[in-house]
Design a protein around this ligand. Structure first.
Ligand code: FAD
Length: 391
């Protein structure tokens, strides 16, 4: 494997590229890959059918792969199911793509997820309490990858995000807080592009999927700032996860299957209290230096409002699967922001931190997606660059 061209400390963070790559490879990536397969972490509750508050729906993407396959009820662990559920028909076992009604009991939160609260997140726009419109999706059956969603609809979302809500600040003269919002979004955008390139429909006629290295190079690798922002976002989210370690370590990951639930608990502890991580990169991002000075509280409200707008924009993503992953990852970022920056600008006393179950699912799945992208960039970046750079 060729060496990475990125070295030194990741901008605005506290760890080196080499350390991040090593920790990701050895510790984070393997544990996260296992974690997201567990029952607790693979079902995400989302409101997928929603009106865009900003402009009328303008048509969808052309591939069948755009649509989300909703969970059939029998797929869920026992405590999630409706009490009167009896025999299964063969169709129940098939992924029910495009099915309008969810087969799951929408009150399962109170039954299967005891111990999790419904508290508002000031950074996001999602209304998690509106159970009637929510659906459960098995994330493992709906991977983030190429969907064919492109053109003016997709472009309009990214343009609205960047121009209205987090413009690229040209230099350090702008405050660090606003730069950080831009970098978080840019890092997420890089990660989405890496996943599109890593799992791409190369030939529609034969349904051949594979890597599109030109796409990965053009959209991410040839822009060092986009690679740097990906690492930044990864470290930012990692910091949030480790900062909430006490809370997350004690939370209930109960899905009614004691063996699997113990595994989830143990994987979480492995990630949260990892001695190698604590020794090599104890504070991946130093949030304590933000929101200082007398304008701090106002600035925070302004950035919070911008992020909420970005969260609302996810309802305008015109491709169901992209909307699912867009919502999940923006909720994950909003959860990281909530953990790192309390509402009133003070440090969170640990015991006051409260997270929704869905926020934790989003946070850990986002960390996993970022970890995958960092791994792909680290492992494939140098060879793709030498192929593409030489052309
Ligand atoms: P885009 O990726 O649309 O980028 C638009 C412009 O933004 C670029 O021209 C550039 O100026 C700037 N830009 C690009 N990357 C960065 C960066 N990292 N940092 C800063 N600026 C940047 N498509 C899928 O196939 N699968 C998905 O799962 C998927 N999920 C999506 C989720 C969301 C929330 C959105 C908005 C779109 C999603 N898309 C998805 C569409 C995809 O992101 C692209 O918009 C689409 O493939 C068209 O790409 P493009 O080449 O026009 O560039």
């Amino acid at each position: 494997q060729e060496a990475h061209k990125y070295s030194g400390v990741v901008e605005d963070c506290c760890c080196n590229y080499e350390t991040v790559d090593h920790l990701n490879e050895e510790v984070l990536h393997p544990a996260l890959q296992e974690l997201v397969k567990t029952s607790f972490f693979r079902y995400f509750k989302a409101k997928l059918w929603c009106d865009c508050p900003f402009w009328p729906d303008d048509g969808m993407c052309r591939l069948r792969d755009c649509s989300v396959c909703e969970c059939p009820e029998n797929e869920f662990p026992e405590p999630f199911r409706k009490p009167y559920h009896k025999g299964l028909s063969p169709e129940d076992l098939i992924c029910q793509e495009g099915k309008p009604e969810a087969a799951v009991d929408r009150t399962i939160d109170t039954k299967a997820f005891r111990g999790w609260v419904e508290v508002d997140n000031p950074w996001t726009n999602d209304d998690e309490t509106d159970n009637a419109e929510m659906t459960y999706v098995n994330l493992q059956l709906n991977p983030e990858r190429y969907t064919g969603y492109t053109g003016p609809s997709a472009r309009r979302i990214w343009d609205a995000i960047y121009t209205e809500n987090c413009p690229k600040y040209p230099s350090k003269e702008f405050c660090q807080e606003k730069r950080i919002l831009y970098k978080l979004i840019s890092g997420l955008h890089s990660s989405i592009s890496v996943h599109i390139g890593a799992d791409y429909l190369l030939d529609e006629a034969t349904n051949l999927w594979g890597q599109n290295i030109t796409l990965m190079y053009d959209r991410v690798l040839k822009h060092p700032d986009r690679v740097s922002n990906l690492y930044f976002t990864f470290l930012f989210v990692l910091r949030a996860v480790t900062k909430a370690a006490d809370y997350l370590g004690q939370a209930e990951y109960d899905t009614g299957n004691p063996i699997e639930d113990l595994k989830t608990q143990s994987l979480m502890r492995q990630l949260l209290f990892n001695s190698e991580l604590q020794a090599a990169c104890p504070i991946p991002f130093d949030e304590a230096k933000l929101w200082k000075g007398h304008s701090g509280p106002d600035l925070k409200l302004e950035v919070q409002k911008q992020f909420r707008n970005i969260s609302a924009l996810m309802d305008c993503v015109g491709c169901e699967k992209c909307r699912l992953w867009g919502k999940l990852q923006v909720l994950g970022l909003g959860t990281a922001l909530k953990i790192l920056f309390s509402v009133n600008g003070q440090e969170h006393p640990r015991q006051t931190l409260q997270l929704q179950r869905n926020e934790v699912i989003a946070l850990m799945n986002l960390l996993n997606r970022l970890s995958e992208s960092v791994k792909i960039v680290h492992e494939m970046g140098p060879s793709i660059e030498s192929i593409m750079g030489g052309q």
